[in-house]
Design a binder for this molecule. Structure first.
Ligand code: UDP
Length: 315
């Protein structure tokens, strides 16, 4: 049994991770300031004897006795991170320093939830870990993209300078139950719109692509990476290389929800990456990682979740 700290443990990915670690018999400390995470996401874990939740902002130092740290704390949806860009950047950078300092003192393993956003609007397709990225440092996404890039730098410097055992994971678009209905992300937005019979808002021409990974597969990759040999520090891409255009995604969701929603084209946000698909050959080779949930199946499960929320019409 390990004692494991999950920062951002009440978020979408964090809550699934806490659940899986508890099910594997570990003790889990969840840290969250509930800025975008939600107490609802972990309510079912609270009665568990091996679970504890601490309200804490990772921009401030923290001291807990643990054997592993998963550093997930950060708003991750463009709508959320643009709401308070300075706090987003601080969470990325100070949050990384605080988590790394704890790992350094306790001499424990730490995994960083990095992101495909470090590749920016990429000139290389699919994206492999050796690609340095193309990011606008002063654009609307800069607070998140550059924050996460700086965090990657911090992780590698703590490893080189202090020999902290790091794991840097590049997460590509993940989806599944417990995404927030109003987080502005494409899958949650489209499902909510389809279930309410509202227009599906495609930004731009809808020909931009993303590759969506079901949450269970992503968490599987995350835990495999954490427990892989110490010398494999990454960065490693984790995601599902099944690529679709946003328009195809909209049509799929309309079909799967049996919705009468129409499509409405809206302006494309600045710096929106044109194409994104992970090259996961490194994860396949080093971690024996392979996503198993096809998009249709994952969407069905996610739609079921949103249906059960009984979302009333907006307004
Ligand atoms: N998008 C869209 N309509 C929406 C929300 C998002 O067309 O209501 C597009 C967005 O412009 C982007 C893609 O869907 O090209 C994925 O957006 P999301 O915010 O989910 O993820 P990210 O851009 O961070 O990969």
């Amino acid at each position: 049994m390990q004692r494991i700290l999950v920062t951002g443990g009440a978020g979408f990915l964090g809550s699934h991770l806490c659940e899986r670690l508890l099910a594997a018999g570990h003790h889990v400390t969840c840290v969250d300031n509930y800025s975008t995470g939600s107490e609802r996401n972990i309510a079912h874990l609270i009665p568990h004897a091996n679970f504890e939740a601490i309200r804490h902002d990772m921009t401030l130092p923290i001291f807990v006795e643990v054997d592993r740290i998963y550093n997930l704390a950060c708003p991750a949806s463009p709508v959320h991170y643009r709401r308070d860009p300075v706090q987003t950047l601080k969470t990325c950078v100070y949050g990384a320093v605080n988590a790394l300092e704890l790992a350094r003192r306790a001499k424990i393993r730490i995994l960083q939830a990095s992101t495909a956003e470090v590749y920016g609007d990429p000139e290389v397709h699919p994206q492999h870990e050796g690609y340095w990225g193309r990011v606008n440092p002063i654009g609307m996404r800069g607070c998140y993209d550059e924050g996460k890039r700086c965090a990657d730098t911090l992780f590698f410097d703590y490893w080189r300078q202090y020999r902290v055992p790091i794991k840097v994971m590049r997460i590509f678009n993940a989806y599944g139950p417990r995404m927030q209905p109003d987080d502005g992300r494409v899958i949650s937005s489209f499902i909510v719109q389809a279930l309410r019979g509202e227009p599906i808002t495609i930004y731009g021409d809808g020909l931009q692509t993303r590759s969506f990974c079901y949450v269970d597969d992503l968490i599987d990759g995350m835990i495999r990476f954490m427990e892989s040999p110490a010398e494999f520090v990454g960065p490693v891409n984790i995601g599902n290389p099944e690529e679709s255009t946003i328009r195809e995604l909209a049509e799929k969701i309309i079909r799967l929800t049996d919705s009468a929603s129409l499509i409405r084209l809206q302006e494309l946000p600045d710096d929106d990456p044109r194409r994104r698909r992970p090259d996961i050959s490194l994860a396949r080779r080093e971690l024996n990682f392979a996503p198993t949930v096809p998009l249709d199946e994952g969407l069905r499960r996610t739609i079921e979740y949103f249906r059960a929320l009984n979302l009333s019409a907006a307004g």
